[in-house]
Design a protein around this ligand. Structure first.
Ligand SMILES: Cc1cc2nc3c(=O)[nH]c(=O)nc-3n(C[C@H](O)[C@H](O)[C@H](O)COP(=O)(O)OP(=O)(O)OC[C@H]3O[C@@H](n4cnc5c(N)ncnc54)[C@H](O)[C@@H]3O)c2cc1C
Length: 414
C-alpha cells in the first residue's frame, strides 16, 4: 500500500505516524512545500516572545524521527492531483503514484484588497519566514499596526505586545474576536487590552497603506490615519485547495469530507484546516481551523486509509486565548442555537464573564473570561453531550456552578 500525504503540518505528521502504527509495511511519503522541518504554527507566538528558538517550533525533535518510522519527507509543492490516474505532480517534476492520498495542506492568510498591502513592511504572521521578518522589525518602541483581531490576531497581539512595540489593532467587527466571543465578552477583552496600553479601533477597516521612506501611514475608514513602522495582516485564512482543480475532489470553501474524512473521490482523504467537515452539533460542513481538530481528523483519516473503520464525532470549536494575561475560552455553539436557552453573567469591574447556552437539557456552547479553574468541565459537558436534567435549571440560576453540575450530571450518567 502506498500512502501519499500532501502537507507536513500537524495534520500531515499525525497522519503519517498513525499510518505507520496501523500499517507497518506501507510506503509513506510526506510532502511539504516549506523549507523547514515539519513545525507547528501554534508555536510561532512563543518564538516571537523569545521563549523558544526555531527548533522549539518543530513538531518532532528527536534526530532521525521520520527515518526511523520509514516516512519519506519531500520538500516540494504539490501542483496537481489526478484522481483517475491516482498520481500527484510535484513542483520538482516528480510524479507520485498513490493508493491512498491524504490532503493536509492547511490554509493561507487572506490578503485584504487594500492599496499598499504589498509594501515591504506589511507581513502576515503565518510561517516561520513571516516570524523571522517580524522579529527583525518589531523591535521595542516600533510602531505596529495589526489588521484583524480574530482568534489568531489576538494570539499574535499578545506576542507583539510582549516585544515592547507600540501597538494599534484595527478590527472590522464591532468587538474583538467577533467570531469566537459574544458581544459582551469581545468588548471586555477590548477594555482589558486598552488598559494595558494597546490602542484598538473596532468597526474600522484599513482603506490604504502609504509609505513615506521607512514610515507608513494606514488610513482607516473611521477617518483616522495611523503612523507606523510595520503592519501585521491577520485578516483571516482560507483553505489551500487551488491545486485540486480538475482532481474530481468536491470542494466548497474547503474540502468536503464525510465522517471517515473521505472526500468525494474514495481514495482521497483530507484532514485539518483544509477541510470543511461536519460540525459536532450542526452536522453541517464548517471550517474549523484549530490544531486539536487537525490532529483528531488526521488520526481518523489514517485509520480509515489503512483499512480500519472509524468515524469523526464532528468538529467542535475549542478556543482558549491568553490576551495580555486575560484568559478567555469559547466552546461549541457559543453563540447559542435556535430554540435554545442561555444565561449570561457579566462582572465588568473584575473582568469576569460567563455565558452558557443550552439546547433542551444539554450544554451546547459556552464562553468564559477570567475563569482559569475547571473550564475543562465546560468542554466536557459539551463534548460528552451530557444530559443535565435538574442541573440545567440550577445553572440558569447560577452559571458559576458548572463544575458541580459536571460532577453531578456526568457521574450520574457514568
Ligand atoms: C500564529 C498562529 C497561532 C496559532 N495558535 C493556535 C492556537 O493557539 N490553538 C490552535 O488550536 N490553533 C492555533 N493556530 C492554528 C493552527 O496552527 C492550525 O489550525 C494548524 O496549523 C492546522 O494544521 P494543518 O496541518 O491542517 O495545517 P498547516 O499547519 O497549515 O500545515 C499545512 C502544511 O501544508 C503545506 N502545503 C500547503 N499547500 C501545499 C502544497 N500544494 N504542496 C505541499 N505542501 C503544501 C503548508 O506549507 C504547510 O506546511 C495558530 C496559527 C497561527 C498562524
Amino acid at each position: 500500500m502506498k500512502h501519499v500525504i500532501i502537507g507536513n503540518g500537524p495534520a500531515g505528521v499525525v497522519a503519517a505516524e498513525a499510518l505507520r502504527r496501523t500499517d507497518p509495511a506501507a510506503e509513506i511519503v510526506l510532502v511539504g512545500d516549506e523549507n523547514a522541518p515539519p513545525y507547528s504554527r501554534m508555536a510561532i507566538p512563543y518564538l516571537l516572545t523569545g521563549n523558544i528558538g526555531e527548533e522549539g517550533t518543530y513538531l518532532r525533535r528527536d534526530a532521525g524521527h521520520y527515518e526511523k518510522l520509514k516516512i519519506r519527507l519531500i520538500i516540494a509543492r504539490a501542483d496537481k492531483v489526478d484522481g483517475k490516474a491516482r498520481s500527484v505532480t510535484l513542483s520538482n517534476g516528480e510524479k507520485l503514484p498513490y493508493d491512498r492520498l491524504l490532503i493536509a495542506t492547511g490554509s493561507h492568510p487572506l490578503r485584504p484588497a487594500i492599496p499598499g498591502i504589498d509594501s515591504p513592511n506589511v507581513h502576515p504572521c503565518w510561517t516561520l519566514a513571516d516570524a523571522r521578518a517580524i522579529a527583525a522589525k518589531a523591535k521595542p518602541g516600533a510602531r505596529v499596526v495589526q489588521l484583524g483581531a480574530g482568534f489568531i490576531g489576538s494570539i499574535i497581539l499578545q506576542a507583539l505586545a510582549a516585544r515592547g512595540v507600540k501597538l494599534t489593532v484595527v478590527e472590522m467587527g464591532d468587538r474583538m474576536v467577533p467570531r469566537m466571543m459574544t458581544e459582551k465578552a469581545g468588548n471586555l477583552i477590548r477594555l482589558w487590552v486598552e488598559k494595558k496600553g494597546v490602542r484598538v479601533h473596532v468597526n474600522a477597516r484599513a482603506e490604504a497603506i502609504k509609505s513615506t521612506g521607512a514610515a507608513m501611514q494606514v488610513k482607516l475608514s473611521n477617518g483616522q490615519t495611523i503612523e507606523c513602522d510595520l503592519v501585521i495582516s491577520a485578516a483571516g485564512v482560507r483553505p489551500n485547495i487551488a491545486f485540486l482543480e480538475g482532481s474530481g475532489v468536491k470542494v466548497s470553501d474547503g474540502i468536503l469530507v464525510n465522517e471517515r474524512m473521505q472526500s468525494s473521490v474514495p481514495e482521497i482523504y483530507a484532514a485539518g484546516d483544509v477541510t470543511e467537515a461536519a460540525g459536532f452539533y450542526s452536522q453541517q460542513p464548517q471550517l474549523n481551523a484549530i490544531q486539536p481538530n487537525a490532529a483528531d481528523q488526521a488520526r481518523i483519516a489514517a485509520i480509515n486509509m489503512s483499512g480500519g473503520q472509524t468515524a469523526a464525532q464532528g468538529s467542535l470549536a475549542i478556543n482558549v486565548l491568553d490576551t495580555l494575561g486575560l484568559i478567555s475560552t469559547s466552546f461549541g455553539q457559543w453563540q447559542g442555537v435556535e430554540g435554545g436557552e442561555g444565561v449570561e453573567l457579566v462582572d465588568e469591574a473584575n473582568f469576569r464573564y460567563l455565558s452558557l447556552q443550552f439546547k433542551d437539557d444539554v450544554l451546547v456552547g459556552a464562553t468564559s473570561i477570567g475563569w482559569t479553574d475547571h473550564v475543562g468541565a465546560l468542554r466536557g459537558l459539551i463534548q460528552g453531550r451530557v444530559r443535565l436534567g435538574e442541573w440545567k435549571t440550577k445553572l440558569l440560576q447560577d452559571p458559576t456552578q458548572f463544575m458541580t453540575a459536571y460532577l453531578g450530571a456526568a457521574q450520574k450518567a457514568a
